[in-house]
Design a binder for this molecule. Structure first.
Ligand code: 13P
Length: 251
């Protein structure tokens, strides 16, 4: 089955000035990416500047997180209704957000529902920890994250599933320089797709990205791996040349 290919740069809490974010985003406009959906997820304070820098280009803007309510007394949060003026979509369920804000699968599903209802696209992150992999619980953890998370997204909001992609990000591979092997990624993604199907979702149609220490050197292996439709890139997405190599690997 042919699925859309997507590479997204998750800048996390970088860079530290809006001017720099603008300059980085301007540079990304020139990244050749024919055949690949290309996106950038800057910090929320830089969304407006980055959206401006990318206006008129087909490089997409993503938020790194979104709240599950539309508005109200939620200090420090940003809602999907606010984002839709600035962003094409939102990442939800990133392990760093789960860790720092206590998000569980149900809350991530609620965030995804809110984003989809507002018309945004969603990159739904999940993945096992080092300890879970060591205990050979990876498959069970992934299946649970699909069942209690992705499959708990409101089906009306999910509609035909065209606006969601899943990102498999093993926590032990994030920012460590120790990427999963392409075989490990392929095996995990096969488990994810099987569970999506079991839950009545279009497991074979939903794109699945890999994330975790993707570099210019290893991207081509992931691009060839079974079931990997793209990459969610952290550290390497801040470096123009290296990010361009990663994008090129998926073209
Ligand atoms: P790194 O590419 O820095 O490992 O980060 C991956 C990630 O968390 C992307 O969302």
């Amino acid at each position: 089955m042919s699925r859309r290919r997507t590479v997204i740069g998750n800048w996390k809490m970088n860079p530290t000035t809006i001017a720099e974010a603008f300059t980085l985003a301007r540079a990304r406009r020139g990244t050749p990416h024919q055949g690949v959906e290309l996106g950038i997820a800057p910090p929320s304070v830089a969304l407006s500047a980055v959206a401006g820098a990318l206006r008129g280009s087909d490089v997409l803007v993503f938020a790194q997180d979104v709240h599950w309510e539309e508005k109200g007394a939620y200090t420090g949060q940003v809602s999907a209704l606010m984002l839709r003026e600035l962003a094409h979509g939102a990442i939800v369920g990133h392990s760093e957000v789960r860790r720092d804000q206590g998000d569980d699968d149900a809350r991530v599903a609620a965030k995804a529902t809110a984003a989809l209802r507002a018309g945004l696209h969603v990159i739904y992150c999940l993945g096992e920890s080092y300890d879970q992999r060591e205990r050979r619980e990876t498959d069970a953890v992934l299946a649970r994250q699909v069942r209690d998370g992705v499959a708990a997204i409101d089906r009306g909001a999910l509609a035909d599933g065209e606006r969601i992609a899943v990102a498999y990000e093993p926590i032990w591979a994030i920012g460590t320089g120790e990427a999963a092997t392409p075989d490990q990624a392929a095996a995990a993604i096969a488990v994810l797709r099987a569970e999506l199907r079991r839950c009545g979702l279009e497991g074979d149609a939903i794109p699945v990205l890999y994330g975790g220490s993707v570099t210019g050197d290893n991207a081509a292996e992931f691009a060839r791996a079974e079931g990997v439709d793209g990459a969610l890139v952290g550290g390497a997405s801040l470096k123009q040349e290296e990010f361009a190599r990663i994008v090129a690997a998926f073209r």
